[in-house]
Ligand binder design. Structure first.
Ligand code: ASP
Ligand code: MG
Length: 439
């Protein structure tokens, strides 16, 4: 069994839905996970914002605009009046439901219900289209098996049990269609796996069924070795280790949600990134197999703040780092990078919500300096410490660029460097030239 996930742009228009249908119709039994059509979840967020602000007119305007778009999709997607009628009824029931929330008290609970409609609609539409084409697909309701526990973490035991039962009762089906992103929480209420969470759904389903492969279909031919928006001549990376992919996903490569890696890695299920626009291209394979000594890719994470705490009292002292880290913990602010010297420590954060309070508290322990508008550049590959030469190549590439922090040794898979935002393009290009294009 394979699990195939198609993101919002891959089902973003009637034509795209037809293309997806063509890709999934033939071959072995598979589970297809779909996102909402692109733009829909954003509109649902907007609708919810209006309702929180007690502005039903604003909400209704967005609802009407969105409903109109779907009317057009229906006209384009289905060939027969019979299926156009079925699809209209489907869309109407979802939009009537969304409208019902404009009249009442609006809380987080109602918001979650509204946010779930995008995936419920897209899967319903594709399933109807497949039926119109004569394909016997089965809709698997994610709300019947995808679930989080009391810590808001997915509950793998529950997911596996329910999913296996659903599959058992549909043994003859070749094709299952299901919603990404949406789930129920420990209390049975409708919830979701956070924005971009459809990748996570696919990975959790793959893990639950011990799938042969998890495929993430997008509109680019795999993970690239650098950011094509900033750098000329980037190329897709054919193979990544799970750890390398996790670093890249966390540090800026938008193609894959970072949460998707762990369930696949733990169950040793390969993840393949593929391109709907170019289905025959090999894409990127992510697995537990490493390629010795190879630098794979570069990614950048924006909006970073670095904070330096310098203190004579740190010299030969113990407990200093704990006190510093506790301050960040008390403001629920995660730290990304850390570098230390005998008399000071520098850390980076990307959440500036409590910056002022954090800096004030840190001042108890020394002189505090803050650098804003920084970025983290992350170089990823098999960077085992007894390989020689990779540090020199990275530093040499950046020889003309001021570097504020360098971090290596936390894992064997990445070297992180902190630089100014203004140097981003120059640094990424230089790294591509030196590491991949052999200048
Ligand atoms: N539709 C959801 C979002 O836009 C989930 C996803 O696409 O992965 O965030
Ligand atoms: Mg996505």
């Amino acid at each position: 069994m394979k699990v195939l996930k198609f993101g919002g742009t891959s089902v973003g228009s009637a034509q795209r839905m037809k293309d997806v249908a063509k890709l999934i119709c033939s071959g072995d039994q598979k589970i297809v996970v779909l996102s909402a059509m692109s733009g829909t979840t954003n509109s649902l967020v907007e609708i919810s914002d209006y309702l929180y602000k007690k502005n039903p007119d604003g909400a209704n305007e967005i609802i009407n605009q969105l409903a109109k778009k779907y009317d057009k999709h229906i006209e384009e997607l289905y060939a027969t009046d019979e299926y156009k009628q079925k699809a209209k009824e489907l869309i109407k029931s979802h939009f009537d439901y969304i409208r019902s929330f404009t009249k009442d008290l609006f809380t987080l609970f109602e918001e979650k219900v509204i946010l779930a409609q995008g995936e419920l609609i897209s899967t319903g539409m594709v399933n109807l289209y497949l039926n119109e084409c004569g394909v016997k697909s089965v809709l698997l309701p994610a709300l019947d098996y995808m679930r989080t526990d009391k810590n808001a973490e997915p509950d793998p035991v529950y997911i596996k049990e329910k999913l296996l039962k659903l599959l058992e009762s549909n043994q003859d089906a070749q094709l299952f269609i299901t919603q990404g992103y949406i789930c129920r929480n420990a209390y049975g209420e409708i919830d979701n796996l956070q924005r971009g969470g459809s990748d996570y759904s696919a990975s959790l389903i793959g893990a639950a069924l011990n799938a042969e492969e998890i495929q993430i279909w997008t509109d680019i031919d795999g993970m690239h070795n650098n950011d094509p928006r900033y750098v000329e001549k980037t190329t897709p990376v054919r193979h990544l280790l799970f750890e390398e992919a996790a670093e890249l996903a966390y540090f800026g490569a938008k193609i894959l949600h970072p949460t998707c890696i762990l369930p696949a890695k733990l169950n040793n299920i390969p993840v393949r990134l593929l391109n709907t626009m170019q289905p025959e291209a090999p894409g990127t394979l992510i697995s537990n197999t490493t390629e010795k000594g190879k630098i794979k890719a570069v990614a950048a994470k924006d909006n970073i703040i670095s904070i330096k705490i310098k203190s004579g009292r740190m010299l030969l002292a113990y407990g200093f780092l704990r006190k510093v880290f506790e301050i960040f913990e008390s403001y629920q602010t995660p730290i990304d990078m850390v570098t230390t010297s005998e008399v000071g420590v520098s850390v980076t954060i990307d959440n500036r919500k409590h910056l002022e309070e954090i800096v004030n508290d840190l001042k108890k322990y020394g002189t505090v300096t803050v650098d804003d508008e920084m970025i983290i550049i992350c170089v990823v590959g098999d960077l085992e410490w007894d390989n020689v030469g990779f540090e020199a190549r990275i530093v040499n590439a950046l020889k003309d660029i001021p570097v504020r922090m360098i971090s290596y040794g936390g894992s064997n898979y990445n070297v992180s460097l902190l630089i100014k935002k203004d140097d981003k393009k120059r640094a990424l290009q230089a790294l591509s030239d030196y590491l991949f294009n052999h200048k």
